[in-house]
Design a protein around this ligand. Structure first.
Ligand SMILES: [Zn+2]
Length: 332
């Protein structure tokens, strides 16, 4: 187990507040250009208001319960947003370098091992893997150490990050998946993307392109926030993972619908997250009134000890209630 402070040190998170505020202002100033959309999972136009946070509006699909920002910034504004983001600059300059070792051990090594286990389970035993949105290249770099795949390709649109990947010796395509890539359709054994899909204005185009590059029987594996997690149920828009960058909150049922529309059959969904109880404890420490008002939450969270914490986290994982969802799909 590890806790939130290991990967997001409190003092650094405080220092990044002005950068975060700058980013939110950038988006809020452009709100008159935001556009309304249908549910990104099932395309239904029927939804109810779910919550509002810092000027952004989230609705819940009446058909499949996907929570999504509506209206939202169109593609063009999002591109500008990520280019100018002060928050990303801060993470790149301070948070990632200072937490690099702990992130490698606590996030990337387990992520790589989970991926390899899944590939073995579904009988993909070598071949080529493509990561979309490789960022610093930490996943590809760690994966390479295991010598499991014959070829690892990173796709990263941000020039600085693409260079970081190249400098680490990773085969890198500096592009968006939505553009046409210099690889053949139907040639990839595995396509992975970690915490990408929730940021996209148009997840359907993204999944459709990714699916085209996969071989028949190849695996599409992604992680994303779970819109039906304990955090989302209890805290709704106050949950930490609900923010201005995250436009789509699929759930175990709705992500199946999204992928099925692009020849990807979901074979497994799990929520192996480890931080849910820790995040709730931190939230209730800052908002003690919520415990005063709710007998069950008070019973669960006042004087919670390590054993109870770990039992509760296991319950959350086993019932797909953690905020981090792993989705494994096979190309038809
Ligand atoms: Zn829907």
């Amino acid at each position: 187990m590890f806790n939130e402070n290991d990967i997001r040190p409190k003092e650094l998170m405080k220092l990044k507040e002005p950068a975060l505020e700058h980013d939110k202002c950038f988006l809020r100033e452009k709100m008159s250009s935001f556009i309304y959309c249908h549910c990104p999972a099932c395309k239904s136009s029927s939804s109810k208001l779910w919550g509002e946070k810092e000027g952004f509006r989230y609705v819940k699909c009446s058909e499949c319960n996907t929570v999504y920002m509506n209206p939202r910034a169109p593609e063009k504004i999002l591109k500008e947003f990520y280019k100018q983001s002060k928050n990303y600059e801060f993470w790149n300059k301070y948070i990632y370098p200072q937490t690099d070792l702990v992130r490698k051990e606590k996030i990337f090594r387990p992520r790589v091992e989970r991926l390899i286990d899944l590939c073995k389970k579904y009988n993909v035993l070598a071949g080529t893997i493509l990561e979309i949105g490789s960022g610093f290249g930490t996943f590809c770099e760690t994966l390479a150490q295991y010598n499991f795949f014959n070829r690892i390709i990173a796709v990263e649109p941000t020039p600085d990050l693409a260079n970081t990947c190249k400098n680490k010796g990773i085969e890198t395509i500096e592009s968006e998946i939505e553009s046409s890539l210099p690889i053949s359709e139907g040639s990839m054994d595995v396509i992975v993307n970690f915490e990408v899909i929730e940021h996209l204005a148009d997840p359907n185009t993204f999944v459709s392109k990714a699916s085209r590059y996969l071989k028949q029987g190849g695996l599409f594996i992604c992680t994303c926030p779970n819109g039906e997690s304990i955090g989302a149920f209890l805290l709704k828009e106050n949950a930490k993972f609900v923010d201005h960058e995250h436009l789509n909150y699929f759930n175990p049922t709705s992500i199946k619908k999204l992928l099925k529309g692009h020849q990807l059959e979901v074979v497994e969904i799990s929520t192996p997250g480890e931080l849910d109880v820790d995040l709730l404890i931190n939230y209730f420490q800052d908002h003690p009134d919520m415990l005063k008002e709710n007998d069950f939450l008070r019973f669960m969270f006042s004087n919670i000890n390590e054993t109870k914490k770990s039992h509760f986290q296991s319950f959350i994982q086993q019932n797909n209630l953690s905020s981090c969802m792993w989705v494994v799909a096979r190309k038809d």
